[in-house]
Design a protein around this ligand. Structure first.
Ligand SMILES: NC(=O)c1ccc[n+]([C@@H]2O[C@H](COP(=O)([O-])OP(=O)(O)OC[C@H]3O[C@@H](n4cnc5c(N)ncnc54)[C@H](OP(=O)(O)O)[C@@H]3O)[C@@H](O)[C@H]2O)c1
Length: 427
């Protein structure tokens, strides 16, 4: 068979990994694809003479990727506008597309899937979620006979690295972030990672594939890890929990909930032991039960591995024809989502405060599962001494907790902002 002719956009981390693996594993890839994968052209902003392009030619003009001698365009430039235009142009030229770009799939996936269908081309984005972990394939092929009930994933390596460093070494958020930046795990501008947007992009994709809905980035509740303190990690540990940054998507009769936020999870559950930059996605489905997908969520070679999976599927002609938007489950508003909570209430060290807090919770029908009241008093600016009251609650809807906490916060004995972190048992 003729080779699959590939054009690569970008010559950065992932593109270099892709060139390297296509070369190193070429005989295995050719055997499995039934034909060779040939990189015809690389187009990127600037040439990199030190990178071995094999027989491919190089151009600084992205539009040369739409020449008739290229079957598939691999978009590895990142960002949104230029990348989106490149993908649209490729499809308009009847070229299939592989992309590692979660932002364009999460935000424009509905349109791109429709374009691919209309133009009769294939679209692959295995590399857009959890790097080398083949979770897109797992959901669209391996689990295709299941009704997925929920998904919970650690899908941002930077946040996971920071929380692991805070838990293992007692580092502050700022120090752990600096360490991650020093190791190249966090960007100079880490906002996308630590504020949860990157995870929300990935959860948007997972939720669409798991529940056959359209891509609904705007419906994902997104909260990052910047407010998490080592104190909370310590209290969580005392209560038998770890704090992880999770993307959770769940289908219920009320609709589909999709949320990204820090979460207390039992220390003995598998996700609690996914550390550093590793990613993992736990899928609960009706037939298969729980299945866990674990691996490197980023990096040149793991991400290239996912790109090649899409290319080989295209070479064989059996790429997934995404059926997003087939089901009409509505999106569940975060206010209606029900979870348990960890609360840290900074209060004056006076008798009766815990009882007053408990009374307000009880008036909102929130029951307490456990509590710690520390004797250690800490001095604050007012020179009043205060103690943190730590409470674990049973499950309650978000809006009920919000209104209860408003009342607790208004108590004169509460001397600082109440910390609330959601709790998931993941069983
Ligand atoms: N890195 C990972 O571990 C990883 C994991 C999963 C997914 N991804 C996704 O993979 C994609 C690529 O990531 P990466 O880490 O390889 O990025 P990168 O190292 O920054 O490489 C981007 C490449 O694209 C080129 N480029 C950027 N904008 C361009 C434009 N407007 N026109 C032409 N060329 C342009 C850059 O040129 P210069 O060389 O001149 O800068 C660079 O060669 C992103 O969507 C990213 O989210 C990355």
């Amino acid at each position: 068979m003729d080779p699959l002719r590939i054009g690569i956009a970008g010559l950065g981390t992932v593109a270099q990994g892709l060139l390297e693996i296509l070369h190193a594993n070429s005989s295995e890839i050719t055997r499995r694809a039934g034909r060779s994968l040939s990189v015809v052209r690389v187009a990127s902003r600037s040439p990199k003479p030190s990178v071995d392009l094999g027989t491919a030619d190089f151009s600084t003009d992205l539009s040369t990727l739409h020449d008739a001698d290229i079957d598939v365009v691999v978009e590895l430039i990142g960002g949104e506008d230029t990348a989106l235009q490149l993908v649209r142009d490729a499809m308009a030229h009847k070229q299939s597309v592989v992309t590692a770009n979660k932002a364009i799939i999460a935000r424009h996936g509905n349109e791109l899937v429709a374009d691919a269908g209309r133009e009769g081309v294939m679209l692959g984005f295995e590399a857009a979620v959890a790097g080398g972990v083949p979770i897109v394939n797992a959901l669209t092929r391996g689990m295709v006979g299941n009704r997925v009930q929920w998904i919970a994933g650690i899908i941002n390596g930077t946040s996971n690295y920071i929380l692991t460093a805070m838990a293992d070494h007692g580092s502050t958020f700022a120090a752990a972030l600096q360490e991650a930046q020093g190791l190249g795990y966090a960007e100079a501008d880490p906002a996308f990672d630590v504020e949860g947007v990157d995870a929300a992009h990935k959860l948007t994709i997972l939720a669409a594939l798991a529940f056959d809905t359209d891509f609904r980035f705007d419906a994902v509740y997104t909260e990052g890890i910047t407010h998490i303190t080592t104190e909370d990690i310590e209290y969580a540990r005392e209560l038998g929990y770890a704090i992880k940054h999770l993307g959770i998507a769940r289908s219920s009769q009320d609709g589909i909930e999709a949320r990204v936020h820090p979460c207390l999870i039992p220390r003995n559950c598998m996700l609690a032991n996914v550390d550093d930059v590793m990613n993992a996605v736990l899928v609960h489905a009706d037939a298969a039960g729980p299945t866990l997908y674990y691996g490197a969520g980023a990096g040149a070679r793991p991400t290239a591995s996912a790109v090649i999976a899409d290319l080989v599927a295209m070479a064989r002609g059996d790429a997934v024809d995404f059926k997003v938007g087939g089901a009409d489950h509505g999106a569940l508003n975060m206010e209606q989502v029900e979870t348990a909570y960890y609360l840290r209430v900074p209060s004056l060290d006076e008798p009766g405060v815990f009882a007053r807090v408990a009374t307000i919770l009880s008036e909102h029908a929130i029951s307490i599962e456990g509590a710690i009241q520390r004797e250690r008093a800490v001095h604050v600016d007012t020179s009043a001494s205060w103690v943190p009251i730590i409470i674990l609650t049973h499950r309650v809807r978000e809006h009920v907790m919000t209104s209860a906490l408003k009342a607790v916060q208004a108590l004169p004995e509460i001397v600082g902002e109440i910390m609330r972190i959601r709790v998931e048992q993941l069983d």
